[in-house]
Design a binder for this molecule. Structure first.
Ligand code: XMP
Length: 510
């Protein structure tokens, strides 16, 4: 059995980030819900336990709590934020509500001898706090090991019982030396050896897919993107022929992309049905110019086409989806938030199909999915593919979508990306693509007047697509791109560059 750190999730939005930090340290962790019994936790023979933060106040009558017996298992416990308050309360301390709210980056100073902090951090560091309650009465056997400039307790410990509490979040990048603190806990205190890695994750996940799926058949909608392709490759390794993939070509992919994607899938040994639904999509989209209408039409039709195909697959029991952790957080946090764009991808497939969901990547971040893709031999072109929106070129072809305009956009887009590759710039850019504008302007070619549409070059740098900075591309490269597009693409006589970051713009134009 792996060396396990158990993370007890009390509802913090950072819980997966704790797991990620441990993965980066080559330490295996298992996230269990707060209501897990002591027996469940014990079954993992944990080397240590981390209790996460959470939105509640421990003083609320119906606040979530953990099985107190877990604290008697004899293994080290680290409570983070709400986890520290819970640890303090269950150990007999007092937590006060509301009189010391702190949200944001705060300076803390070490105050006493601390097994957890002494060798891991400087005397004083900046940390991310996000709490309304604080520990005001220490439980017996505990000492205060750091406090804020406002004299609020920021960490406590009982080195005899190996209980440690942090009022701040060591797992986020805003906390200086946060990783050092986590390392001090898992290596210094829990004595983990740090010999686990993503290859072990692959082996473990393949084994659990085999166990869960058994003899059942799995269907999967492929999009050519990283997440769905890596999920399919993983499941294919686990159950081979019992996985049936469907690739719906909506006619809105880039130049030669459907063929390239299908060839990659064949090379990967996947069982894929190719469905050319481009006529259907273009028919439904005819005359539609409103961005949200386009998105809705495509999303709905995609589900219809996929469902029709999936129904033909006999004895399908499971639906494989390429959900990754940011999708999970987004859908969790989105309630009540303003809709900027109705996102569509193969992750949003039919609930009423009565299929059980298989989501092997749902705990992972994008860069981890890429590493796993490489481990299991997913081709580079897919693993390193730039993000491409589910509705494809429809949201880059402003105004009416016609086959002719899509072809114009495809050609211009291919030239843009080709020249960036030649200049060695493409790999360093988060997304680079063309947008076709329904705006005509006058030009001159040879001795003739032209009156054609314009193409926009959009290239951005980003970390997570939530914000983005427009890419500064060398003028000579831009010049080559502009000349080639005007010379080679019929119907374009003007090339412009989008120099807007996100916010205020979004990455896609629609
Ligand atoms: P925006 O335009 O909102 O895009 O700044 C943020 C990121 O999301 C991609 N995008 C989508 N991805 N389905 C997707 O899977 C969609 O409907 C969709 N719309 C935008 C966009 O390319 C960028 O990376």
């Amino acid at each position: 059995m792996n060396e396990n750190i158990i993370i007890i999730n009390c509802g913090s939005q950072f819980t997966q980030l704790i797991a990620r930090r441990l993965r980066e340290m080559k330490v295996h962790s298992v996230i269990l819900n707060w209501d897990s019994s002591c027996e469940t936790v014990k079954a993992y023979s944990p080397k240590g336990i981390i209790i996460s933060g959470g939105p509640d106040s421990v003083n609320d009558p119906d606040a979530i709590t953990i099985d107190p017996e877990i604290l008697n298992l004899g293994c080290p416990v680290l409570g983070i934020c709400y986890g520290m308050q819970l640890l303090a309360k269950l150990s007999g301390g007092i937590v006060s509500s509301g009189n010391a709210k702190e949200y944001g980056v705060t300076k803390i100073r070490r105050t006493g001898k601390s097994e957890l902090l002494n060798n891991s951090i400087h005397e004083s560091i900046n940390v991310l706090m996000s709490h309304g309650d604080n520990v005001s009465g220490l439980p017996e056997g505990f000492i205060i090991t750091s406090s804020t400039e406002g004299e609020i307790t920021s960490s406590i410990e009982n080195s005899e019982r190996k209980f440690y509490g942090l009022q701040f979040h060591p797992e986020v990048v805003h906390t200086e030396q946060g990783n050092e603190i986590i390392k001090s806990f898992v290596f210094g205190i829990c004595k983990c050896s740090g010999d686990w890695d993503l290859e072990d994750w692959v082996e473990g996940t393949i084994a659990s897919i085999r166990r869960d799926v058994g003899d059942g058949r799995v269907v999967c909608g492929l999009s050519g993107g990283v997440d769905s392709s890596v999920s399919a490759a993983l499941v294919n390794r686990a159950i081979g022929g019992k996985l049936q993939c469907v690739f719906v070509d909506h006619g809105l992919m880039r130049l030669h992309e459907p063929e390239a994607v299908m060839n990659s899938y064949k090379d990967m040994g996947l069982n894929v049905i190719y469905v050319d639904a481009s006529d259907r999509f273009l028919r439904e989209l005819a005359g539609v110019t409103d961005p949200e209408k386009k998105r809705k039409i495509i999303g709905k039709l995609f589900i219809e086409v996929f469902e029709e195909e999936a129904r033909k697959i006999k004895n399908a029991e499971w639906l494989l989806q390429g959900t990754i952790y940011p999708d999970v957080i987004e859908s969790g946090l989105k309630k009540g938030a303003a809709v900027i764009k109705s996102h569509h991808n193969v992750g949003g497939l039919p609930e009423h199909m009565n299929l059980k969901l298989l989501e092997p990547l749902r705990d992972l971040f994008k860069d981890e999915v890429r590493v796993i893709g490489k481990i299991i031999g997913v081709p580079e072109a897919i693993v390193n593919r730039q993000p491409f929106p589910g509705p494809g070129l429809a949201v880059r072809c402003l105004g009416e979508i016609t086959r002719e305009r899509l072809d114009v956009l495809r050609e211009a887009d291919a030239i843009f990306r080709d020249e960036l590759k030649r200049a060695g710039l493409y790999e360093g850019i988060w997304q680079a693509f063309c947008v076709l504008l329904p705006v005509r302007s006058v030009g001159v070619m040879g001795d003739s007047r032209t009156y054609n549409e314009a193409v926009v070059l959009r290239a951005i740098h980003s970390q997570d697509a939530m914000t983005a900075e427009w890419s500064r591309i060398d003028y000579d490269v831009l010049d080559r791109i502009s000349k080639r597009i005007c010379n080679e693409v019929r119907g374009i006589n003007r090339v412009v560059m989008d120099v807007t970051s996100k916010p205020p713009a979004t990455i896609e134009w629609e």
